[in-house]
Write a protein that binds this ligand. Sequence first.
Ligand SMILES: [Zn+2]
Length: 477
Amino acid sequence: MQPAPTPDGPTPDSPTPAGPTPAGTGQAGRRRTGRTATAPAPSDRPGQPGQSNQPGQSGQAGQAGQAGASAGSDSGSGVDSGRQGIADVLALFRRNAALTRAEVMNQSGLARSTVTQRLAALLDSGLIAPAGESASTGGRRPEQFAFHARGGMLLVCDTGASGLRAAVCDLSGEVLLERTAAINIADGPGPVLDLVGRIFADLRREVFATPELAGQVGPRVCGVAMSVPGPVEFDAGRAVSPPIMTGWDGFGIGDHLSERYGCPVVVDNDVNVMALGEQRACFPEVEHLLMVKAGTGVGSGIVNEGRILRGADGAAGDIGHLPASVPGDTDPPACRCGNIGCVEAYAGGWALARDLAAQGFDVPTVDHVVALVRAGEPAAVQLARQAGRLLGEAIAGAVSLLNPSVVVLGGQLATADEQVLAGVRERVYQRSLPLATRNLTITRTRLGPRGGLTGLAHLLTDTIFAPSQIHLMLTPH
Ligand SMILES: [Zn+2]
């Protein structure tokens, strides 16, 4: 996926308190995909536009739930060889534009009868579709098949403290339609998830009302993914002691969504999915990437060997709550987490707003802080530079521990001023070992506010097409 210009909706960073707005007040962006498979929609078309439940999947709903935990660990035991085989053949189609039966046999090493069986299962389920004839051989031209990205849809929602960005994607993860809306995450799961549900329903209706999409995209919802601005127990799909998400602690977000949509669901931390989005879309050749988001708060996401590193309990990457020190500061500030002197308590957007307010500036939001920095207000610029150096010190520690190839900085604060990036670079190169920085790239986000959606779409396709989950995508016999 390529980054694309997007409407200036509320960003997940912005701390502006705002009540839920009716779905439909956000802006919708629209983009067509270049995928070439033009097969008819699959035969199982149980849903009508706007319905949230898919009767055709009701028998599978109980098995769906939070599906991502095993997506990265399927090569081991527990997955039967049939599922593994189907997933492997589908993976060939997802990597190639179109393949003949013979090409599938060559690339997979499978016997003709096995390939025939697996192609039949994938064709039945609408995951692949006939794609014309191969022109490359003499005699009778063999039939080709291609991944049918429009065979169903994915619903994804990147949720920040005060704004969300939701999209309907095709099965390749390509965004078909998207929308932003203002929220206050501290309203709790009830109002926020109701709004998300209404926006998903609107987006689905819009797909079927859009001439270039109607009739091309299958109505089945094949997966749902959501990110939230707090630590997530990934296997269980719930937020755990999230400092700014009042009312969400322990709430089963994954259960709620899988009950509603009857399909696999993944829930993850917002910066984790940003990290995955940047890696897959901008640095696909890189396996080790650290994403640091400096907005209202400070967080990081780690991609290790191409996968999100979550740690034992989902708390990995909490860089904003490492201890920081400012020379001469004998009274470290209190942090939102309850500790004192955290990186975020000095370098988070909320901390800069606090410090500027103490100097008499009217800065109710991080957007106001950014505006002062951009206007060259000396007090704000000085604080932004100090924030850059403190972030740099924390990132230097992370670089020494993790040895990433790329560090990506995102969030309003990190992108407000060149000096923030300069401060980070200065400290990282000063403090990390030469071996760790020899080939290190430190850069600003290229995806910007759409990075979360991109990451969610990749996380979800990784999950639903994994050998452990692929059976949920197949038409039951
Ligand atoms: Zn803290």
